[in-house]
Design a protein around this ligand. Structure first.
Ligand code: GN1
Ligand code: MG
Length: 380
């Protein structure tokens, strides 16, 4: 069964709710925000009409907190329905534009490639807007499952192979035609700038509390300089990249072979190090970015190697030597970037990620700093 199709595990912002419209039965309140997994009958009737379902049965899927997700079943057929978080993604029609464009290209040029594009509604659109909310439907992939953690390095190889195949199949596609869904999303210089703003306008108590982490991040500034020279290098290309390569965004079959990548909201033109880097960040350590006991953080070299082997098995012939030489640098960039983002959010009172306990974003930043330190040591 497919799980976690939206892949979001953290709050980015408020999840849109409207008590009048939602016949809410089940709510869970985490941090300052409310997540609703039930849907009222009027909305369901409108959605069913849009996709021509007669008696749809809905089962909520535990799918993170950005988009709400349900499995829809009717007469032996299944789909995946999502209500999009329009605070995080204010232009869902742009995402739809991108996915339709990619789908048409892949159908024409790589007809055997499994691409999970939205099912178009009766009005031939990939999204359906109803009373200020936006819905979309994906096909249900039979025989697939997703996972939230890796059990062995082969899963890292498979996931990296799938993300590599995604970009490889789109190498001849003109990436600049895609809409930029979140401008500067993985721009390390911009993220550092946002961190500096948080140093200027952040909460004074929190600034004081974080002086060690702040010092570490400031001392890591040479990574920004290296990032800028990397992106300006003549042998570095922008390609179609996924930008959220965590393990729950890969569907596996029963033999644990990777089938396809999902959660395509942040697909945009980008650098390949975004994808390999986020895999290093999220696969090499046995514990997650939520781990508070920092001495449990380790770098598992067999996972690092499996990511490289899996990704290059698809992308090896596409990447320049210069790009290949920077594959591990991507890990440093993504770990550093995530530490900057978590700490900036902590200093600005958790407005973006939210927090289930007061110091959560500080802990997450410290976790990423520890991971970065160990990762850098493992490269020496
Ligand atoms: C967010 O929600 P999720 O887990 O898919 C974030 C990523 C971060 C990640 C950190 C749109 O992704 O960039 O790496 O949290 N996505 C957005 O857990 O901000
Ligand atoms: Mg995501």
């Amino acid at each position: 069964m497919i799980g976690n199709l939206s892949g979001g595990m953290l709050f980015k912002n408020t999840v849109k709710t409207n008590d009048k419209k939602l016949g809410v039965v089940k709510r869970c309140v985490i941090g300052m925000l409310t997540f609703v997994s039930e849907m009222n009958e009027q909305i369901l009737a409108a959605i069913a009409k849009a996709w021509n379902w007669r008696f749809p049965q809905l089962t909520p899927i535990q799918s993170g907190l950005i988009n709400r997700t349900w499995k829809v079943s009717e007469q032996g057929q299944s789909w995946l329905l999502q209500a999009m978080n329009t605070h995080v993604f204010p232009q869902p029609d742009w995402i739809d534009f991108n996915l339709q464009l990619l789908s048409r290209y892949l159908t024409l040029h790589h007809p055997n490639y499994l691409f999970t594009s939205p099912v178009v509604s009766e009005s031939k659109k990939g999204i359906f807007e109803w009373e200020g909310s936006v819905y979309r439907v994906f096909p249900w992939i039979p025989g697939s499952h997703s996972r939230n953690a890796l059990d062995d390095a082969n899963q890292a190889f498979e996931a990296a192979r799938c993300f590599g195949a995604f970009t490889k199949n789109l190498c001849a596609f003109p990436a600049a035609e895609l809409k930029v869904i979140i401008p500067g999303f993985h721009d390390l210089s911009l993220r550092y700038h946002q961190f500096e703003l948080a140093l200027q306008n952040g909460d004074s108590h929190r600034l004081h509390e974080c002086s060690d982490a702040i010092q570490f991040l400031q001392a890591s500034y040479p990574l920004i300089t290296k990032f800028e020279s990397y992106t300006q290098h003549a042998d570095v290309k922008k390609r179609v990249t996924h930008h959220d390569t965590k393990i729950s965004n890969v569907l596996f079959n029963e033999q644990e072979k990777g089938m396809c990548v999902i959660d395509l909201d942040t697909v945009m033109p980008g650098y390949f190090i975004s994808d390999t880097g986020d895999m290093f960040r999220t696969y090499v350590c046995a514990v997650t970015e939520e781990e508070q006991q920092l001495d449990l953080i380790t770098v598992r070299k067999e996972y690092t190697q499996a990511i490289v082997a899996g990704y290059l098995s698809e992308m090896g012939s596409e990447l320049s030597y210069f790009e290949q030489d920077h594959i591990y640098f991507g890990g440093e960039v993504l770990m550093f970037m995530q530490a900057l983002r978590f700490l900036a959010d902590y200093l600005q009172m958790d407005k973006y990620y939210g927090a289930r306990y007061p110091t959560q974003n500080k802990v997450r930043a410290e976790n990423q700093i520890r991971l970065l330190t160990l990762f850098q040591e493992s490269l020496r």
